[in-house]
Design a protein around this ligand. Structure first.
Ligand SMILES: [Mg+2]
Length: 221
């Protein structure tokens, strides 16, 4: 019997990429950078340093500074890099937005009698803030962020931590996320059924259950 659903946050409930792109364009323009490829460059640089943070090579604060220094090509002091990142962060938070199907999708899970957890690779404080500002907090029973865990997704222990919080076994839960590797494949590898949310049909050949809207998920099966 299904008792819980575990949602990924960024790219699944929150349109994180759109927010980051909008903020990057505005922020880089304010630093006199060429705007046409700013968002893509900022994202590429960010992903690289975020992976180092996830591998616990550098701290959350250090990956932000490294990102600013590389993007601006300037050997900024820590305080300068922090100040520039804070400017970006303000624009980024202003642009945070839910996907249209996020609240209806969670409501359907609730209507099916399921507990709702969010398992996200990221900083607990930032993700809590995001969930609160977007009005998601009352809809979520548990928020589990990788910064509070020994490892993030796709590590098996991240899913085990979510199941423990939910008090249910792997086959009583359903994982829903936009990452084929970190959400879908990783959950299935530990025995949690998974659904890939693929709004743009990027993974049409993936051999996992796939939906284009969170409102399409069949929680009964
Ligand atoms: Mg995601």
């Amino acid at each position: 019997v299904r008792r819980a659903v575990i949602f990924d946050l960024d790219g699944t409930l929150v349109d994180e990429r759109a927010a980051a792109d909008a903020a990057a364009s505005r922020w880089s323009a304010s630093h006199g950078q060429r705007v046409d490829d700013a968002a893509a460059r900022w994202a590429e640089i960010g992903e690289r340093h975020f992976l180092r943070y996830q591998a616990r090579e550098i701290s959350f604060g250090e990956q932000r500074r490294a990102r600013v220094r590389e993007f601006l090509g300037a050997p900024l002091r820590d305080e300068e890099a922090d100040a520039r990142f804070a400017d970006y962060l303000r624009l980024y938070e202003e642009a945070w937005t839910l996907f249209d199907d996020a609240l209806p999708g969670i409501a359907r899970a609730r209507a099916a009698g399921l507990a709702v957890a969010v398992l996200t690779n990221g900083d607990a404080e930032q993700q809590r803030r995001k969930v609160r500002l977007l009005g998601l907090a009352p809809e979520i029973d548990h928020l589990i962020a990788s910064s509070t865990l020994p490892h993030g997704k796709p590590h098996a222990s991240a899913f085990a931590a979510a199941l423990e919080r939910l008090g249910c076994g792997p086959d009583e839960a359903l994982m829903v996320g936009d990452s084929l590797s970190d959400d879908a494949h990783a959950a299935i590898a530990v025995g949690i059924p998974a659904v890939l949310i693929d709004r743009t049909d990027r993974h049409r050949h993936a051999a996992v259950p796939r939906v284009r809207s969170l409102t399409e998920i069949d929680y009964a099966s």
